[in-house]
Design a protein around this ligand. Structure first.
Ligand code: ZN
Length: 305
């Protein structure tokens, strides 16, 4: 089953020719979740084959422009495509006013319903849950209210192997017995071992997104043991004091969080435009946490358990 993340924008506040501002898309079993929506995100989605109309949930970490300036453009495109499905927006309350002003000024009546869900930057909480995934928001340490998000795949239940069901025409009354661990005895009295006929779920996978934050160990419990952690890494060691003044992190600090949280993989991004090449940021992170991936626009990574 699919669980991938695509980086639509890996740059910081000022986009460059190579890096757009923050936006990620998570594909969980072909359900698409957009996380932040910096300027140009919809163009990046088109370029990288993300089906815009399949996005039903958008998460905006905070209201610095590089994390949501692409939103009104995306909503307008969905409208022009005559979208009908309700769209859920998870954000701080001011965004509703901003969107509403933009829509009323252009006399746009969207073809679909926008449902707002407001974030709480005082504590972690579950903000969304469906059959496939649950999402928790948690506070980050930034200049304005900011939340990170953790997406956890729902553990899949035990399934009887389809080929076995077809081959042996198992009576329906046997289904719950087999799923509860019983061996199956066929009409000839032959015993089929439970472990041979049941497919066990894999361990659930998870992805955490820390958009903009100063180095802050209090976020560790929220990202503990996550399969893949994205943590901003705007600066290198050389600019550590700039990072702390601006409530951002260095790549080494991102790696410290990944290590202390026992993350499986770390993706770093949100690179300041001052770095023509992010190699120095990646090598500094790798000194602490070897399994570090340097984000670039268009990168798609499979999240492993
Ligand atoms: Zn910010």
């Amino acid at each position: 089953m699919k669980f991938t993340v695509t980086i639509l924008g890996s740059g910081a506040a000022k986009p460059t020719g190579e890096r757009l501002s923050s936006a990620h898309v998570l594909n969980v079993h072909e359900h698409f979740f957009l996380i932040d929506c910096g300027e140009g995100a919809q163009i990046s989605m088109m370029k990288h084959g993300i089906p815009i109309q399949k996005i039903d949930h958008i998460f905006i970490s905070h209201l610095h422009g590089d994390h949501y300036f692409g939103l009104i453009g995306l909503l307008n495109t969905m409208h022009l495509l005559s979208r009908k499905n309700e769209l859920h927006l998870y954000c701080f309350p001011e965004l509703e006013k901003i969107i509403s002003l933009q829509l009323t000024t252009s006399e746009t009546q969207l073809t679909f319903k926008l449902k707002f869900h407001f974030l709480n930057n005082k504590k972690s909480e579950m903000i969304m849950e469906n059959k496939y995934v649950s999402v928790i928001s948690f506070p980050l340490k930034h200049r304005i209210p900011t939340c990170g998000f953790r997406f956890t795949e729902k553990k899949r239940s035990r399934n009887i192997k389809r080929e076995f069901v077809l081959q042996h025409k198992i009576p329906v009354e046997w289904f719950p017995r087999i799923l509860s661990g019983e061996d199956f005895i066929d009409e000839h009295g032959f015993i089929h071992k439970n472990e041979d006929i049941v497919r066990i779920q894999s361990v659930s996978r998870s992805y955490a997104y820390c958009s903009d934050t100063a180095f802050d160990e209090t976020i560790i419990p929220a990202v503990k043991d996550v399969s893949m952690l994205y943590h901003e890494a705007s600066f290198s060691d050389e600019h550590e004091s700039v990072a702390s003044q601006k409530f951002h992190s260095t790549s080494r600090q991102a790696a410290m969080i990944a290590m202390k949280a026992n993350a499986g993989t770390l993706i770093i991004g949100h690179f300041s435009a001052r770095y023509k090449n992010a190699g120095i940021l990646t090598s500094q992170a790798k000194e602490i946490f070897e399994n570090t991936i340097e984000a670039f626009d268009g990168l798609t990574v499979e999240v492993d358990s």
